[in-house]
Design a protein around this ligand. Structure first.
Ligand code: FES
Ligand SMILES: [Fe+2]
Length: 436
């Protein structure tokens, strides 16, 4: 009989191993280990991060609410009568029942269906049926005080019409947390025109939520996985662009600019893909209007993807504007919630163009469909491995810094640097597991 194979540190219940201080190696078990997932729930999502909750334009009137998720925790986000946004966990302070089951609505107050404990829109307990009993009998204990039984509230911050919540008292002020590039992009995409919601879409992807964070920080794959874009002149490996990071490396702005040369030089492209059998220079769309919509912002950016740690993406792909939010549902499954954005006062033609280009994004999108599949394949491959690490060396190793080129994985290393710190894992190169 063969001797049992010893467990590698990567496979220990709580351990992760980070052999490189520049985060160019990522232990595969962070994508699969239930103990890592539990640790994220405690240390990351309830730690010093701003969790995206909602757009302010989704809550125009007092009493408007939406139910959202921070990882596995259901949260009610509501505009109270004083006009302020509040958020609290969607679980009753009595015996824990889910308080609000609807995805959105308007309410004067929030009443638990079970024993009708009632809360105001700030989450304070205002009504307990039979609190004093009836005819001198029953009722709550003498020392019971409604003040001590409000809902579990989050601290709220808003920036550029986006509302965020945190559990931590030490989370940095929102502008500092976002960093200058994120702030200027939010101004560009969501403030200079008044946004309105065009619609929602939800996609279940059988992969770990951090694989999606890698994907949106990864312009390396854009012209490789998404051959639709290259074939029809939407992306090209020659195009100008780069990444900009916040000082901690956790938030990334990827941007690309397509010139007529990039789109038109099919001979160069064919040479770049030579040997792959993947690029067909003569491919034509029967109806090319989808790829011919003029950009509606006058600044030349073809694609801009702003990724904010841990679960928010604000993206412009051509004229498709969307807020994407990740909801982890266990180590191997994530829900992507997409809110499509239009703008007050835009013309019918402009709205039509947006709806047309929205075909790029989403579970059946001509571009995004492949990202969902890439995540599935990654998760399937990773879960069969016995330990080991992924390799992030494209664009160079060492310092995590801005680039003026697109084929890079440096911004992914920035994500992992922050993730590693916030999870409190052992310093890179030290023995795995001691960070628990
Ligand atoms: S569980 Fe909500 S009122 Fe009893
Ligand atoms: Fe992609």
């Amino acid at each position: 009989m063969n001797a049992p194979v010893p467990m590698s540190p990567d496979e220990s219940e709580h351990g992760t191993s980070w052999p490189k201080g520049d985060y160019s190696r990522v232990p595969y078990n962070v994508f699969t280990d239930p103990a890592v997932y539990d640790r994220e729930a405690d240390r990351l999502f309830r730690g010093p991060v701003w969790n995206y909750l909602a757009m302010e334009c989704e809550l125009p009137k007092p009493g408007d609410f939406v139910t959202r998720w921070i990882a596995d925790t259901s949260v009610v986000v509501v505009r109270a009568k004083d006009g302020e946004i509040h958020a609290f966990e969607n679980t009753c302070a009595h015996r824990g029942a889910r308080l609000v089951d609807a995805p959105r609505g308007n309410a004067e107050r929030l009443t638990c269906p079970y024993h009708l404990w009632t809360y105001n829109l700030k989450g304070e307990l205002t009504g307990v049926p039979l609190e004093k009993g009836l005819k001198g009998k029953g009722g709550m204990a003498e020392c019971f005080d409604k003040k001590n039984h409000g809902l579990n509230r989050l601290r709220i911050a808003t920036y550029g019409g986006l509302a965020f919540g945190t559990y931590s008292d030490v989370t940095a002020p929102i502008e500092e947390y976002l960093g200058p590039h994120a702030c200027s992009q939010i101004q560009r995409l969501l403030v200079q025109r008044k946004p309105k919601v065009l619609g929602y879409l939800r996609q279940r992807i059988p992969g770990n939520w951090k694989l999606y964070n890698e994907n949106v920080r990864d312009p390396y794959h854009a012209s490789l996985l998404h051959l639709f874009q290259v074939s029809f002149g939407i992306q090209a490996p020659t195009m100008k662009g780069g990444i900009k990071l916040d000082p901690e490396g956790k938030n990334t702005w990827n941007h690309s600019i397509l010139s007529a040369d990039d789109a038109g030089n099919k001979a160069d492209l064919a040479a770049a893909y030579d040997g792959t059998g993947k690029f067909v220079p003569d491919l034509k769309m029967a109806d090319p209007r989808l790829a011919q919509v003029p950009l509606d912002l006058d600044d030349g950016y073809k694609t801009t993807i702003l990724s904010i740690f841990p679960t928010l993406i604000v993206a412009q792909v051509d004229n498709t504007y969307a807020v994407r939010h990740l909801r982890p549902k266990g180590p191997g499954l994530v829900e992507l919630h997409i809110t499509y954005i239009g703008f007050e006062g835009e013309s019918d033609q402009s709205l039509h163009d947006k709806l047309l280009t929205s075909n790029f994004i989403g579970p059946a999108g001509y571009i995004s469909m492949e990202d969902g599949e890439a995540l599935r394949l990654s998760q399937e491959g990773i879960k069969t491995r016995r330990g080991g690490h992924s390799v992030l060396e494209m664009g160079g190793v060492g310092e995590i810094k801005d680039t003026d080129y697109l084929s890079q994985e440096i911004s992914i290393r920035g994500f992992w640097k922050h993730y590693h710190r916030i999870m409190g894992f052992a310093a890179p190169g030290e023995h795995a597991g001691s960070g628990q």
